[in-house]
Write a protein that binds this ligand. Structure first.
Ligand code: FES
Length: 85
């Protein structure tokens, strides 16, 4: 069962390759989190290179234990709707 106040953490890989591509999806999620007042339920963090640089940018969603690769703004929108609302 889904806990209502469970904190979610979105980890953006901040390695050399992902770091080049993650600004757009990260900014999008930050904007949506603020817009929906989810700041105390969702936080955005960063992680080191995960060895999947060919799939940059890489995102990890906790506590769902979900990896997302090649995260564009469009994919960030899906992540927001599916996992953060
Ligand atoms: S830089 Fe992100 S997986 Fe390597």
């Amino acid at each position: 069962m889904k806990k209502k106040n469970e904190e979610k953490i979105i980890f953006f890989c901040n390695g050399k390759k992902c770091g080049k591509y993650n600004k757009e999806p990260k900014d999008y999620l930050k904007k949506k989190i603020a817009e929906f007042g989810l700041e105390d339920k969702v936080c955005i963090s960063k992680m080191d290179c995960q060895g999947m640089c060919k799939k940059a940018p890489v995102v990890y969603i906790e506590p769902k234990d979900i990896w997302k690769k090649e995260v564009t703004e469009k994919k960030a929108k899906k992540i927001f709707e599916k996992y953060l609302l």
